[in-house]
Design a binder for this molecule. Structure first.
Ligand SMILES: NC(=O)c1ccc[n+]([C@@H]2O[C@H](COP(=O)([O-])OP(=O)(O)OC[C@H]3O[C@@H](n4cnc5c(N)ncnc54)[C@H](OP(=O)(O)O)[C@@H]3O)[C@@H](O)[C@H]2O)c1
Length: 236
């Protein structure tokens, strides 16, 4: 772990202490971003960051807690004064044990609070730090094909609804930020072997991260307001 060089572009990855978020953070750090691992538990975050390459810091952030988000934004502003890339990755409750009619709506509400409103809350707090007009400003919402209305069945209802809502957030933010040149896209990482995806998943965290990173690396005249996996459009 090293301190931020003042000139490096700054990237924030939420939920970066494990899984796809950690793999995305590792890659961004290697690519030259000062990378902020935004994590609920800084001890676990420091453990996750200990052998990452490049310039990395760890900051406390609970995306479901408005005060935590406000504090995080203040610290980011004080330490870096800018943000270039925001990866809204944190998520919970792939609720495969539920069906729509039997679903515990408390679980559904918690899921929406983190997966959809969390990304919205963090975006509201951090976009003011992205108004510097440098090239390469991106918001990537880590979504899932589970949130595609086209293919939606009865499975994992809270999670599916949360990702559909996250996709709507992508459309809303992309529309508002188009004039600022900030590109906003949803990305599905595929089925990835993490705590959420389980050990049977065919993709590694690095492979899932590659799908996410595509939306960071697109050029400034690239797509905004889209939904992609591996750089290919997915149906809403
Ligand atoms: N794995 C898959 O097959 C798959 C497929 C499609 C989409 N995705 C999406 O990919 C993203 C990453 O998933 P993953 O598989 O890497 O999941 P994961 O291994 O379960 O990791 C989830 C991360 O989110 C963090 N998190 C949860 N609630 C948070 C909160 N309130 N504030 C801040 N951080 C919070 C967790 O932190 P703690 O360690 O503190 O709990 C953890 O770091 C998610 O958006 C997920 O929906 C995954």
């Amino acid at each position: 772990m090293q301190e931020s060089p003042k000139t490096a572009p700054v990237a924030v990855v939420t939920g970066a202490n494990r899984g796809i978020g950690r793999a995305v953070a590792a890659r961004l750090a290697r690519d030259g971003y000062h990378t902020v691992l935004a994590v609920r538990d800084p001890d676990r975050g420091r453990h996750a960051a200990r052998d990452l390459p490049g310039s990395v810091t760890v900051e406390r952030l609970d995306v479901a807690d408005a005060d935590s988000v406000t504090d995080f934004a203040r610290r980011l502003r004080d330490r870096h004064g800018r943000l270039d890339v925001l990866v809204n990755n944190a998520a919970i409750n792939y609720d495969t044990w539920q069906d729509p009619l039997g679903a515990d709506l408390t679980v559904v509400r918690d899921t929406l609070e983190v997966n959809a409103l969390g990304a919205w809350r963090v975006s509201q707090a951090l976009v003011p730090l992205m108004r510097h007009r440098s090239p390469g400003r991106r918001i990537v919402n880590v979504s899932s094909e589970s949130g595609s209305l086209t293919g939606m069945g009865a499975a994992a209802p809270g999670y599916a609804m949360s990702k559909a809502a996250l996709n709507a957030l992508t459309r809303l933010l992309a529309a508002q930020l188009a004039a600022d040149g900030i590109l906003v896209n949803s990305v599905c990482p595929g089925w990835v072997a993490t705590d959420m995806g389980g050990p049977a998943a065919p993709r590694t965290a690095a492979e899932g991260a590659a799908s996410v990173l595509w939306a960071v690396r697109i050029p400034d005249d690239g797509p905004t307001g889209g939904f992609f996996r591996d750089g290919e459009p997915l149906p809403w």
